[in-house]
Ligand binder design. Structure first.
Ligand SMILES: C[S@@+](CC[C@H](N)C(=O)[O-])C[C@H]1O[C@@H](n2cnc3c(N)ncnc32)[C@H](O)[C@@H]1O
Length: 258
């Protein structure tokens, strides 16, 4: 992947070019990338790209690298909202804009309000929104969780999606070096214990959802039962759904506001 990036050629192109000498300048760029990789810098930060839902997203150290598990959250929402093509959706903690851009791309009449507390992350999200031609339907807002959603007058939403930071303080000490030293900790660690963002969202979302609107949250391995309880404690959602990822881990918890 790094070689392809340096040479600007396809995977097949590498085989076709393998008999040709590599220009000096490309060799030194390739060596520099290999050194950085050996020091733990993730490949997507080195190439500046990451694929998500088949979309090529720009990424750098200002944002979390979108993970394949999060595609499950998007797929669930695409399924739930298929009868509501003009849905209005909030993506809370948008980071690179992965969820917002994917929803706007695959629901071509939907409008998305993408929120993040990090101004730097929103710069990356803006680049991805422009890159995928959805700037007319994805609005970006800076602030704490749902505050920018109500401040923008967005109520009666069809869905609120979030992949919030969910690693607790103890877990953050055992994160792989690649994450600990390179990804923004603001995007990964929840100083409130791992499910504090989920707790706030389950309580605050009903005011902004229309009856029949969905709150869908990504969770860490093992957090689903606790998050299901958070939904149930509010008494305002219908039956809570839990979706497992391909490894059989419960990854997404969602319910409809009654
Ligand atoms: C796990 S990342 C998810 C990024 C992206 N949605 C994805 O799935 O790849 C969590 C995001 O939440 C943002 N965040 C952290 N605290 C926040 C808060 N209080 N309000 C809004 N966003 C917050 C972080 O800056 C980060 O971009």
């Amino acid at each position: 992947m790094l070689l392809r990036h340096v040479l600007g050629i396809s995977r097949a192109g590498i085989y076709l070019a393998c008999e040709q000498p590599m220009p000096e300048e490309a060799q030194s760029r390739f060596r520099a990338l290999l050194d950085a990789r050996a020091r733990g810098r993730p490949v997507p930060y080195l190439t500046g790209h990451r694929e998500f839902m088949g979309l090529d997203l720009l990424v750098d150290e200002r944002v979390l690298i979108p993970r394949p598990e999060t595609e499950l959250l998007v797929e669930l929402l695409l399924h739930l909202l298929q009868e509501r093509p003009g849905a209005r959706i909030a993506d809370v903690g948008t980071g690179s804009g992965a969820i917002a851009v994917a929803l706007a791309t695959f629901l071509p009449r939907a409008a998305v309000l993408a929120v993040d507390v990090s101004a730097e992350a929103l710069e990356v999200a803006a680049a991805n929104v422009a890159r995928h031609g959805v700037a007319d339907r994805v609005r970006l807002a800076r602030g704490d969780l749902l505050a920018p959603v109500s401040a923008s007058g967005w109520t009666g939403l069809d869905a609120i999606a979030s992949n919030p930071p969910y690693v607790d303080a103890e877990g953050s000490r055992h994160l792989p070096r690649e994450i600990r030293e390179h990804e923004p900790l603001l995007a990964v660690v929840d100083p409130g214990g791992g499910t504090s963002f989920h707790a706030r969202l389950t309580v605050e979302a009903p005011d902004l959802l229309r009856p029949g609107g969905w709150l869908a949250l990504e969770v860490a391995a093992g957090q689903a039962p606790e998050v299901v309880e958070l939904f149930e404690q509010t008494g305002v959602y219908g039956p809570v759904r839990v979706v497992k990822d391909l490894q059989g881990i419960e990854r997404v918890v969602a319910a409809e506001r009654r």
